[in-house]
Ligand binder design. Structure first.
Ligand code: DP6
Length: 322
């Protein structure tokens, strides 16, 4: 009862920020994301009868902090399979962990994919999406390829997640400017709850979000890069405005983050098809057309404070390796 699966992280263009239900990570709003080929989490899960509890090792180091969430996901899969054995989980990322590069999304996507394979269960996509969501609200998106919609529904689980364009349909690229390798001070979970409770901008965010999501989806369907650029930067900055207006204020950016944003805006003004998006961390993701990658990469590498630049492309949903 052993399997290994891999998954890419993802980055949202129309962001998720805020939970309607914390226990099940039911988001207050839907989201539209890109699955980031080029960055990978690889996870092995082995169910063993002699273990007294689940064990989790992340990048070679035992991690007790994340264990209870991992166990919650594994419990749901164990129940599905009618199995009681605990599991050894070994996961590693080929990119910085916990620093705003969505390692929790790829982590939980790879976890549920590997565990379901190890247990030999035939599980509906919607159920696996839901179990990944229990781990992290953005994790279901990493189970799917290319450009992915996570929408709110009135169904049992409250969300539905699916690919709206596979990588070949519209092969966008993403150049990631890494400005720090430090794990962030305030987690997304903590930040979102603080924003929900304390930001006067939170209600406006939730009320205006469906129109942003609908617009973003429409621009993807029309392959309208310029319009997608505008609505994506709008959603990103609105999310950060909500975070910044929380109490205590949440500022996820560094000086280098802002310098990258300015550089990307200059490039776009000069005719380069590129726009930025930033999650709950200081890294900047520059979404661009494939022909602009080398120009964008070079420009971001020259920004003071940028310590690494990673080229990504649209990737597949999580897959079983063995
Ligand atoms: C800023 O999915 O990491 O990246 O549900 O608490 O695990 P939890 O949070 P997480 O939050 C992602 C927030 C974001 C925006 C986004 O990816 O949509």
């Amino acid at each position: 009862m052993q399997a290994t699966a891999s998954a890419h992280p993802n980055v949202a263009l129309i962001k998720y920020w805020g939970k309607q239900d914390v226990a099940t990570n039911l988001p207050a709003v839907g989201s539209l994301s890109l699955t980031l080929g080029g960055l990978t989490t690889r996870t092995s899960v082995s169910f063993e009868s002699d273990l007294e509890q689940d064990e989790l090792v992340i990048n070679g180091v035992p991690d007790a902090g994340a264990l209870s969430r991992v166990t919650r996901c594994l419990d749901m899969l164990r129940e599905h399979a009618g199995v009681k054995d605990f599991a050894r989980v070994n996961t590693s990322n080929d990119f910085p962990t916990g620093a705003g590069l969505a390692s929790s999304a790829s982590g939980y996507a790879a976890l549920v994919k590997a565990a379901a394979a190890a247990l030999h269960i035939d599980i509906a996509t919607e159920d696996l999406d839901y179990i990944a969501r229990i781990g992290s609200g953005s994790a279901p998106r990493s189970l799917h390829a290319g450009i992915v919609l996570l929408e709110k529904t009135s169904g049992l689980t409250g969300t539905r997640c699916h690919s709206v364009a596979i990588p070949d349909d519209w092969p966008l690229s993403v150049v990631v400017a890494v400005t720090s390798r430090q794990p962030k001070d305030v987690s997304s979970t903590g930040g979102m709850e603080s924003s929900r409770k304390t930001s006067s901008a939170y209600k406006g965010w939730v009320d205006t979000h469906p129109a942003d999501l609908e617009a973003g989806l429409g621009f993807v369907r029309q392959r309208d890069f310029a319009a997608l650029a505008d609505i994506s930067e709008h959603s990103c900055l609105k999310m950060h405005a909500v975070a910044m207006s929380s109490m205590p204020p949440l500022v996820y950016w560094s000086g280098a983050t802002l310098a990258c944003m300015q550089r990307i805006r200059e490039l776009r003004k000069s005719g380069v098809p590129v726009f930025f998006t930033i999650d709950a961390g200081p890294q900047v993701k520059a979404v661009c057309m494939p022909e602009a990658v080398s120009k964008v990469h070079k420009a971001l590498a020259e920004v003071p404070g940028v310590i690494d630049v990673l080229d990504c492309y649209l990737g597949n949903g999580a897959w079983v390796e063995s």
